[in-house]
Design a binder for this molecule. Structure first.
Ligand SMILES: [Zn+2]
Length: 340
């Protein structure tokens, strides 16, 4: 037996390594929009936002390419964080090409919603006759991994309301960051959630804006520390409240900015100042700002302005909280330990 093991040691090790269950997250490049594909250890799939419409079906093509890379043929759960074009616009064309299970959003709105986005909203409602509205405190039931490790997706904000737990610890720093003018757009109603697999946590808040972000951590801190943070609102500084980022204390941040959208210098500065942060990945280099206001070149998936490349960033997480991040342009993979 021992002989067999040493003979086939390499083969066995490889097989075991690739068979070890992981939670996989693919941050698709949809050129300043959002489309994040999550595949659980039980191979259940969650797509968060579906990018833009038009552009010759570019974003649906990129979603299908990522699905193929992940080895899945359907989307079990589709979460629409809010009704802006760069998030919901890709939903009708996606549904025409890909089987989709349950569709979730922050709830339908009788007017007024953002008048500028009314046509996308109407196209979405028409394309998806049955939806599930999510509220803060809701969870989307996901299957555990084969060894019984739970996978959970917990909604912490939706429709402008945030999760509030009386037992949550007080935040002593709330007066240190001023509020911004009230945001009446649909961004403030974005669905925000924490995805957990064993000791690994991921936070995604769509385009949630400053004052609502603040409510998540003031007066009580209602979010856990996470391993990976999807930089909210493409990195715009109307979002990414420093006290929320402090509470999330991410090890890695992934920013789904475009070459000329998001990636604000102020957000990059806040992220770089976090003691917890080991790496900031960007789907694009912000071509309008300098090297100091971007991450290091090796952590950029798409350094050029050309929209043809479409390289993604992916995260592969284990139940002990350790994870690997891949830049699909360079092929480089970095490993990170659990934050806990
Ligand atoms: Zn957006």
């Amino acid at each position: 037996m021992r002989m067999l093991f040493s003979l086939f040691g390499i083969v066995l090790t490889t097989a075991v390594a690739s068979a070890q269950p992981s939670l996989d997250i693919y941050y698709l490049d949809v050129e300043g929009g959002a489309a994040t594909l999550i595949v659980t250890p039980a191979r259940e799939s969650v797509l968060v936002d579906a990018g833009w419409p038009g552009n010759g079906g570019r974003d649906v093509d990129r979603i299908q390419a990522a699905m193929k890379a992940a080895g899945i043929t359907r989307i079990d759960h589709l979460i629409v964080t809010h009704y802006h074009t760069d998030h919901v616009g890709g939903v009708p064309p996606l549904l025409a090409k890909v089987p989709v299970g349950t569709v979730y959003d922050h709830g339908l709105m009788s007017p007024p919603h953002d008048p500028d986005y009314a046509s996308n909203y109407e196209a979405y409602v028409k394309a998806v006759p049955q939806r599930k509205g999510l509220a803060a405190g809701d969870a989307i039931g996901l299957k555990p991994s084969a060894d019984g490790t739970p996978v959970s997706l917990s909604v912490v904000a939706a429709h402008g309301k945030v999760l509030s737990r009386a037992s949550a610890p007080r935040n002593a720093r709330c007066s240190s960051v001023p509020a911004k003018p009230a945001d009446t757009s649909d961004n403030a109603r974005s669905v925000a959630f924490v995805l957990t697999y064993g000791a690994f946590d991921f936070f995604d808040a769509g385009d949630l804006t400053w004052n609502t972000e603040a409510e998540l951590v003031c007066p009580n801190v209602n979010v856990p520390a996470v391993e990976v943070y999807q930089v909210t609102h493409h990195g715009l500084d109307a979002s990414n409240h420093p006290l929320l980022l402090e509470a999330l204390a991410p090890t890695v941040a992934v920013m789904n900015n475009g070459a000329k959208k998001g990636g604000s210098a102020a957000t990059v500065k806040t992220l770089k100042s976090l003691p917890s942060l080991k790496a900031l990945y960007q789907l694009h280099r912000n071509v309008a700002t300098g090297p100091d206001d971007n991450t290091t070149p090796d952590l950029v998936a798409n350094p050029d302005e050309s929209p043809d490349a479409g390289h993604m960033v992916s995260v592969h997480a284990k139940k002990d909280g350790s994870f690997e991040v891949a830049n699909h342009r360079t092929g480089e993979k970095r490993s990170f330990a659990s934050a806990r």
